[in-house]
Design a protein. Structure first.
Length: 351
């Protein structure tokens, strides 16, 4: 990273290890097997912050990988003579978050077309790479890279390397959890480096939908049937029809915000019903004549998930009823908005 800047701010290693996980109540799940993923994406402060706090991510460590020198110091890596990349190693619970999801997030943090560094940080230690640990991980990494290339998000060729993992060396302690320990400096650095604006420009309205195989692994059979095949779940026998907790509802595939509990009402139909969307731009309306009648289907913009249908028999002030399948949604409780990355919506529930 540049010293001046510091004075002011849908692929990695999958190495299966035995481990223990802490449940929400602090209990140890002794049978949980964690996996590791290692990514190089320029400044490890930014990469560490991107993965911290995600459900299923147990630990994120900043360090060095891909070079020749054992136990290098930051100064040695910065000299460019060790061959090391600044990298992060992520320990995660695959039953809660998939490796493919981590890959998708990785691509959204970097400029994969830059061979000389990342944003304001120039030098070999700031190049991007995905480290793989076995042929299966290599296949997943290459597949995700190909998906990015065919998406045409970037005009220039994707140059991020996919290379074998050898060793990972933990960086000095002052580099660990930097975004929390030095929050103001980190925010200034991320903004000043150009990374923050780049991510907003490239990914603010873009989403790379996973392929069919990945979706089938990510979703339950019912979620897949509803979102991908325009299915309908049973009324009164779905997860959210009678949910009265405060929070927001997001697309189960992409996570894009769709509805708020403040706009939810009891329609008596047995499905979650809302009189308006939380984010209108995330809802797409389409004409549906599938049952011999004309209806208005509603879908999510980015993931193109089937959500349900729109009717004009709702309450004031809109008179609308968005009748939505629970299987299309994931509920984020009010108290979890910040840690789930939806902190901007906390203000909806402030008294």
């Amino acid at each position: 990273m540049m010293k001046i800047m510091r004075l002011i701010i849908l692929t990695g290693l999958l190495f299966l290890i035995g481990g223990v996980a802490m449940s929400e109540k602090g209990e140890v799940n002794k049978n949980t097997e964690f996996e590791k993923a290692t990514f190089a994406g320029g400044c490890f402060w930014c990469m560490e912050d991107a993965f911290q706090g995600l459900e299923g991510v147990v630990e994120v460590v900043s360090g060095y990988a891909g070079g020749q020198k054992e136990n290098p110091s930051y100064e040695e890596v910065s000299s460019g003579k060790t061959g090391h990349y600044e990298a992060v190693q992520i320990t995660f619970d695959p039953s809660k978050i998939s490796y493919e999801e981590l890959l998708n997030l990785f691509w959204r943090q970097i400029d994969p077309t830059d061979e000389e560094g990342q944003f304001a940080d120039r030098g070999s230690q700031y190049r991007t790479a995905i480290f793989y640990h076995n042929p299966e991980q290599k296949t997943l990494a290459e597949k995700s890279k190909q998906q990015l290339e065919t998406s045409k998000v970037f005009v220039k060729p994707v140059v991020t390397k996919i290379i074998p993992f050898t060793k990972f060396y933990r960086a000095e302690e002052y580099h660990q959890d930097y975004s929390n320990k030095k929050s103001l400096q980190y925010k200034l650095y991320k903004k000043g480096s150009g990374r923050e604006d780049f991510i907003k420009e490239k990914w603010g309205e873009k989403y790379i939908k996973p392929d069919e195989d990945e979706l089938k692994k990510k979703l339950t059979p019912q979620q897949y049937q509803v979102t991908q095949n325009c299915g309908t779940e049973e009324p009164f026998k779905n997860e959210y029809w009678d949910n009265k907790r405060e929070g927001i509802y997001v697309d189960v595939v992409s996570g894009e915000p769709l509805f708020s509990s403040r706009d939810k009402f009891n329609s008596g139909t047995g499905w979650p019903s809302f009189f308006k969307p939380l984010e209108t731009e995330n809802i797409v309306e389409k004409k549906d004549t599938s049952l011999g009648m004309t209806r208005t289907e509603v879908r999510s913009k980015n993931a193109d998930s089937h959500l349900g249908h729109l009717f004009e028999d709702g309450p004031e002030p809109t008179g609308l009823r968005y009748c939505v399948n629970s299987a299309s949604l994931r509920f984020i409780p009010r108290e979890d908005l910040e840690k789930e990355g939806y902190g901007e919506y906390k203000k909806l529930f402030e008294k």
